[in-house]
Write a protein that binds this ligand. Structure first.
Ligand code: PHE
Length: 451
């Protein structure tokens, strides 16, 4: 096994925090979290989601970054090397494969939905949303998804943007961009929160999001909440492991991961608090699915003075949030091709990008031409989403936790995590090695109706 690392390093801990937050914060927070909370009954879903972030997500994130940094290679090689170093079954390499594949599949549909945000940037300039009613907003959205050519154009543009950055190497551009864009996004969300609090149904939103109604919670919603926790933290999809492999050795992994996870969770909750007051004030149903934010926010912008410019800024920042996430999905595959097969980064990026773009066409058509074509009641897009968020990520995360706690020697782990306090170290091992895998297993079995 060659221990060749052609990786650079992040220039500082801050650079890693920003890049990992850039990966974590994306469509998952602003687009997916609100519509999933809406579809799964609100409060109870949110509570389980938060429990999953803290009890499963953060411990596994620490494990994943640790594995990446210990091996300093792309996820596939990293897992192969670690298994060999620790005299474990080479089959553990599958963690790297499954993560890299999950990242690729997620990229295929992520690029299509990110294309919607690009289209909304165009709409904000062209249409302006001035005094838009909810019906008009819904029809704007409907018209967009019904037109496969438009969707393909936006999907192509977004996939190209992602691969362009990955081809050039992520260091300079990405590091610099996230430093400005992430705070900008937060600022605009806070501004929108002000609008929603004063004009929308804020009380109803607080009740909906934070008062759990357990009757609404099905086994599938619990699985969805857990899947969302993995998806939003970019876990088990190669992204966090590959970013961890660029992390300077003297950075504290646990502290850094907690900062990333808290920032990510705050942005998701903030998005919920911005969107639902408008949903309720407009008498829209919270369970209306993937179109939720694209239908609600333009109405809010349309009612604000200068709303066109806020809309433009917001959708631009939203594109950037999605951009920094999608870059991290293809990075594992690209670095694998570059490191193992000697491909140049541009060539590897074009191959992965084209593959992802092609699979993405299935997602484009699942909103129009293939809408009726379903497998087990799910469209092509819903199948890919289910396969990754609800199966590959949780099971991959479980394997990461088991490997990090049971297969890696305690010495290696202790060294890498640099937790001299044995209470903290034992707590992490206990939660990651036992509680997290056990909970994932329980939720998966439960969703299969085993008990
Ligand atoms: N965490 C990203 C989001 O919330 C999605 C993502 C998943 C990114 C997997 C990388 C890997 O939008």
């Amino acid at each position: 096994m060659k221990m060749r690392s052609i990786h650079d390093q992040w220039s500082s801990r801050l650079a890693f925090i920003l890049a990992a937050t850039g990966s974590a914060v994306g469509l998952g927070n602003i687009w997916k979290f609100p519509y999933m909370a809406g579809q799964n009954g609100g409060g109870a879903f949110v509570l389980i989601y938060l429990a999953c972030i803290f009890l499963i997500g953060i411990p596994i994130m620490i494990a994943e970054v640790m594995l990446g940094r210990r091996a300093r290679q792309n996820p596939i090689n990293a897992m192969a090397t670690l298994a060999e170093q620790e005299n474990r079954n080479p089959g553990w390499k599958l963690i790297g494969w499954s993560g890299t594949l999950a990242g690729f599949i997620i990229f295929s549909f992520y690029s299509v939905i990110s294309g919607w945000t690009l289209y909304y940037v165009y709409l904000s300039l062209n249409h302006g949303f001035s005094s838009l009613s909810m019906e008009e907003s819904q029809s704007l959205f409907q018209k967009m998804v019904e037109n496969p050519y438009g969707l393909i154009t936006c999907h192509t543009l977004f996939a190209g943007m992602t691969l362009g950055v990955v081809a050039l190497g992520i260091q300079n551009g990405l590091e610099r961009a996230v430093k400005v864009l992430m705070p900008g996004l937060l600022l605009l969300l806070l501004l929108l929160l002000g609008y929603s609090m004063s004009y929308g149904s804020f009380g109803e939103t607080l009740r909906f999001l934070f008062q759990p109604d357990w009757n609404h919670l099905s086994e599938q919603s619990v699985l969805a909440a857990m899947g969302q926790a993995f998806f939003t933290l970019s876990l088990a999809s190669g992204a966090i492991m590959v970013y961890g492999s660029y992390l300077p050795s003297d950075t504290s992994i646990p502290r850094t991961c907690i900062i990333v996870a808290l920032s990510d969770t705050s942005i998701a909750l903030l998005s919920g608090l911005v969107i639902f007051p408008i949903v309720f004030a407009q008498g829209m149903t919270p369970a209306s699915g993937p179109g939720l934010i694209f239908q609600t926010l333009p109405v809010a912008f349309g009612a604000m003075p200068g709303g066109q410019w806020f809309a433009f800024l917001f959708f631009i920042l939203f594109v950037f949030a999605a951009w920094t996430s999608s870059i991290s999905m293809v990075e594992p595959g690209v670095s694998w091709l570059a490191e193992n097969h000697g491909w140049t980064r541009p060539r590897a990026s074009v191959m992965i990008g084209f593959g992802g773009w092609l699979v993405g066409l299935g997602t484009v058509f699942s909103f129009n031409l293939w809408q009726e074509f379903t497998i087990l009641g799910k469209t092509f897009f819903e199948c890919l989403d289910y396969l990754t968020s609800n199966l590959m990520l949780p099971l991959g995360g479980m394997a990461i936790a088991i490997f990090a706690c049971w297969k890696l020697s305690t010495n290696s782990t202790r060294n890498e995590l640099n937790l001299p306090d044995s209470y903290e170290f034992n707590l992490w091992r206990w939660v990651t090695g036992i509680l997290a895998p056990f909970s994932v297993l329980l939720v998966c079995l439960n969703s299969l109706g085993v008990f």
